[in-house]
Ligand binder design. Structure first.
Ligand code: E4P
Length: 221
C-alpha cells in the first residue's frame, strides 16, 4: 500500500520523506490555507522534494476554468496530479485531462456510484473521504470495501486513495481491504510510528548498557 502525506506543511513533508515513508502528497485548498504562506511557493517546493505523485487541486467550478488551472498546476512538475471535485464539470475535466495523459485525482467521493463514475471518466485516483462519513454516522470503511469489489469486478485501473483518515486503525483496515493508497495527516503517521513497549524496551536497553559501562568503563560500540 502506498502512503501519501495529506498536508502542505514543508517541515512534515521533509521529515517523513527523509525516513523513506512517502510515496506522494495530497493537498487541498484548506490545507494550503492552513499553512498561510504563498501557495505557489509551497507547490513549487513540494513538487521538488517529492518524486512521487503530488495532487494539487483546482478551485474553479466550471470546466474551462478547471482545464486552465490544471494546465498551470502541471507546470510545477511532471509528478503533478490534477485534483478535481466530483461534479459533472469535474468529470468532464477528468475525461479531457486523462485523454491527454494527464493524471487526475477525483476528490470528495462519498458513494460507490461516484467512485464508479470517476473511474469511467479515466481518473488515476478516486479519493473517498472516510472520516467525514464516520462523522455523520455512516461507515466510511464500508465504502472502501464496496469500491474495492466494484473496481475488481471490472478490472478498473483507477486506484483507491483512502482520504480523510483520522487514526491508525483506519490505516490497518484500509490495508486489510487492499486499498491502493492512504493519505495521512502528519499526526496519524506520527502515531503509527509509536508503541509504548518500544519506548519502554529502548529505555531498558539503554539503562542496562549504562550498568555495563560502569563495570567496564572502556566499553564502547
Ligand atoms: C484528501 O485528499 C483530502 O485532502 C483530505 O483527506 C481531507 O480530509 P479531512 O476530512 O481531514 O479534511
Amino acid at each position: 500500500m502506498k502512503i501519501f502525506l495529506d498536508t502542505a506543511n514543508l517541515e512534515s513533508i521533509k521529515k517523513f520523506n527523509d525516513m523513506g515513508l512517502l510515496d506522494g502528497i495530497t493537498t487541498n485548498p484548506s490545507l494550503m490555507s492552513k499553512e498561510g504562506g504563498n501557495p505557489k511557493n509551497a507547490m513549487e517546493e513540494i513538487t521538488k522534494i517529492i518524486q512521487g505523485d503530488v495532487s494539487l487541486e483546482v478551485v474553479s467550478t466550471e470546466y474551462s476554468g478547471m482545464m486552465e488551472e490544471g494546465k498551470r498546476l502541471r507546470e510545477y512538475g511532471d509528478n503533478v496530479v490534477v485534483k478535481v471535485p466530483m461534479t459533472p464539470d469535474g468529470l468532464k475535466a477528468c475525461k479531457s485531462f486523462s485523454s491527454q495523459g494527464i493524471p487526475v485525482n477525483v476528490t470528495l467521493i462519498f458513494s460507490a456510484n461516484q467512485a464508479l463514475l470517476a473511474a469511467k471518466s479515466g481518473a488515476k485516483y478516486v479519493s473517498p473521504f472516510i472520516g467525514r462519513l464516520d462523522d455523520i454516522g455512516q461507515d466510511g470503511m464500508n465504502l472502501i470495501k464496496e469500491i474495492k469489489v466494484i473496481f475488481s469486478n471490472y478490472s478498473f485501473k483507477t486506484q483507491i486513495l483512502v482520504a480523510s483518515v483520522r487514526h491508525p486503525l483506519h490505516v490497518i483496515d484500509a490495508a486489510k481491504i487492499g486499498a491502493d493508497v492512504v493519505t495521512l495527516p502528519p499526526g496519524v503517521l506520527d502515531k503509527m510510528l509509536q508503541h509504548p513497549l518500544t519506548k519502554i524496551g529502548l529505555d531498558n536497553f539503554l539503562a542496562d548498557w549504562e550498568k555495563l559501562k560502569q563495570k567496564n568503563p572502556d566499553t564502547e560500540i
